[in-house]
Design a protein around this ligand. Structure first.
Ligand code: PEP
Length: 252
């Protein structure tokens, strides 16, 4: 049975004190996660250890980094390796967020290397894919996403793929207030699952968690999560507000 996951991406927001308060408020909300559900919190790098420490007694709550280096180690000033993240107990790494692709020119090929680093260090990548508005308007989103999957993931074998989570995030819906309709989300998630089935087989596809991201909030989360191929969400803005984030988790 694949996991249902709600992941919160804080991006470059909050001081350490604000982050601690947010985590404590989320924990105080008394979320009871059944075995097949998980919550992932992705704070900025300097806070990952603190958030790990605050959540360590809460089964089902995990910590992610928002990025990592594509190289193993060495003279890469300012970079953080997957091995470093593993050494401080981090569980997941978000890779290929559209903001990383757009502002830091991350390519599908570079992301393939990052995925290898993450998996080699026993962490799980949350691999983001999704199309820009002009691609959606041209109705070529399936080919666009298929290429992202092919160029960043398809070098993996079926065993490695078991540790991958995919987040479908249409760029036109991120931080814009525009959400993909439940039907649009379901259609793309079903397409992604079919692509994975074609490459890795039905069992691998059925075991894969595919999250939706893009202006998900308490008012639309339940409808999105009710779609058969939507296995939870990657949440940006609403993950910064404890009441909103916990309401979204409860929508699982
Ligand atoms: C995101 O950045 O991954 C995201 C989905 O942001 P928001 O929820 O704010 O649209």
């Amino acid at each position: 049975m694949r996991k249902k996951i709600v992941a919160g991406n804080w991006k470059m927001n909050l001081t350490l004190a604000e982050g601690e308060q947010l985590v404590n408020d989320i924990l105080a909300a008394g979320i009871n996660l059944p075995e097949d559900q998980a919550v992932v919190i992705a704070p900025p790098f300097p806070y990952v250890q603190k958030v790990k420490q605050l959540t360590r007694n809460y089964p089902g709550i995990f910590v992610a980094a928002q990025n990592c280096a594509s190289e193993k180690s060495g003279a890469y000033t300012g970079e953080v390796s997957a091995a470093m993240l593993a050494s401080v107990g981090i569980d997941y790494v978000i890779l290929g967020h559209s903001e990383r692709r757009e502002y830091f020119s991350e390519t599908n090929a570079q992301l393939a290397k990052k995925i290898d680093q993450v998996l080699a260090n026993g962490l799980k990548p949350i691999f983001c894919c999704g199309e820009p508005l002009e691609v959606r308007q041209a109705e070529t989103q399936n080919a666009y996403v298929a290429k992202q999957l092919e160029e960043s993931l398809y070098h993996l074998d079926a065993e490695a793929l078991k540790n991958v989570v995919i987040a479908y995030e249409p760029i036109w819906a991120i931080g814009t207030g525009l959400t993909a309709s439940a039907q649009q989300a379901q259609d793309m998630h079903a397409f992604i699952r079919a692509q994975i089935a074609a490459k890795y087989g039905r069992e691998a596809a059925l075991g894969l968690s595919i999250l939706y991201g893009g202006s998900a909030k308490p008012s639309n989360a339940a409808e999105l999560f009710a779609c058969p191929d939507v296995d939870g969400g990657l949440i940006g803005g609403a993950s910064l507000v404890a009441a909103d984030f916990t309401a979204i988790i409860k929508s699982l």
